[in-house]
Every structure is written in structure tokens, then in C-alpha cells.
Ligand binder design. Structure first.
Ligand code: ADP
Ligand code: MG
Length: 141
């Protein structure tokens, strides 16, 4: 096991239903530490750049529109095997396939409005964290 950092986003479907605290509680109960967090407004340009890897997928435009439809909470989570652990805590992309107790099983509305994002690899975690956070915003203790 190694201490890792991962990027999490609480998506507009969850912020609009006032679920930030409940999601943070699940995150903290899993042992992950929220070491940085801010509630922000994404623009079309920022959301498109963040999800650039999906730009040729049929759902890309809808996904970008969804991500700018309300505030998002971007956060950095730290802990043992944080990247894989948070993917487990989130559950499958499609909430119908997500396991009981996961964030997506409990809160997601659809495969698109699925409440949370989590990085899927070390490389992407590093890229995604620096996409949203400056070094001075990350106090790693
Ligand atoms: P994950 O967020 O689980 O890593 P992906 O990286 O494959 O999933 O997709 C990014 C996001 O795009 C998903 O979280 C979801 O919001 C949206 N998405 C993925 N697949 C679909 C789909 N088939 N239809 C609509 N939206 C989708
Ligand atoms: Mg992904």
C-alpha cells in the first residue's frame, strides 16, 4: 500500500440536492482524508478540457452541458491506495451496476448524472489535481 492522492468532483446533480455533506461523510468514513476542497463554477471550455479524453464519445456534449449546469465541488483525497479505494467507494459509472453502499448506488440519478468523479490512474490523478489546484492549496499532512 502507498499513500496516494486522487481528484474527486461532486457533480451538479449532487450539489443541487444538497448532498455534499453526505458524500463527504461517506468519503471520510472510508478512511480517505479531504485535504483540499472548493466549490466552483465550471465553464464550457474548462469542462471540455477536463473531459477531453471523451471528446469523441457520443455523450460528450451532454456531459459538458451537465457539468456546467450547476456548481461542482472539486476536492483532493489522500490515503492508502486512494485512487483505487475511491473508485470502489464511488461505485460503477452506471448506478444500476453499482454495488450497495457506494455513493453512486445511493445518490446517482443516471449514468450521466452520477454524482461524483474520481481519477482512474496515478497519471490522471496527478494531471487532474494540478488542473484544479495550486501547490499552495495542498497541505499534505
Ligand atoms: P467514470 O466517471 O466512472 O470514470 P467515464 O470516465 O467512462 O466514467 O465517463 C466519464 C463520465 O461521463 C461519467 O462519470 C458519466 O458522467 C459520463 N458518461 C459515461 N458514460 C456515459 C454514457 N454512456 N452516457 C452518458 N454519460 C456517460
Ligand atoms: Mg473516468
Amino acid at each position: 500500500m502507498s499513500i496516494e492522492k486522487t481528484l474527486s468532483i461532486i457533480k451538479p446533480d449532487a450539489t443541487s440536492r444538497n448532498l455534499t455533506g453526505q458524500i463527504n461523510s461517506i468519503i471520510e468514513k472510508s478512511g480517505l482524508k479531504i485535504i483540499a476542497q472548493k466549490r466552483i463554477k465550471l465553464t464550457k471550455d474548462i469542462a471540455s478540457r477536463f473531459y477531453e479524453v471523451h471528446k469523441n464519445r457520443p455523450f460528450f456534449q451532454d456531459l459538458v452541458s451537465f457539468m456546467i449546469s450547476g456548481p461542482v465541488v472539486v476536492q483532493v483525497l489522500q490515503g492508502d491506495d486512494a485512487i483505487a479505494l475511491y473508485r470502489q467507494v464511488m461505485g460503477a459509472t452506471n448506478p444500476e451496476e453499482a454495488e450497495a453502499g457506494t455513493i453512486r448506488k445511493q445518490f446517482a440519478l443516471s449514468i450521466e448524472a452520477n454524482s461524483v468523479h474520481g481519477s482512474d490512474s496515478t497519471d490522471n490523478a496527478n494531471k487532474e489535481i494540478s488542473f484544479f489546484f495550486a501547490e499552495t492549496e495542498l497541505y499534505e499532512s
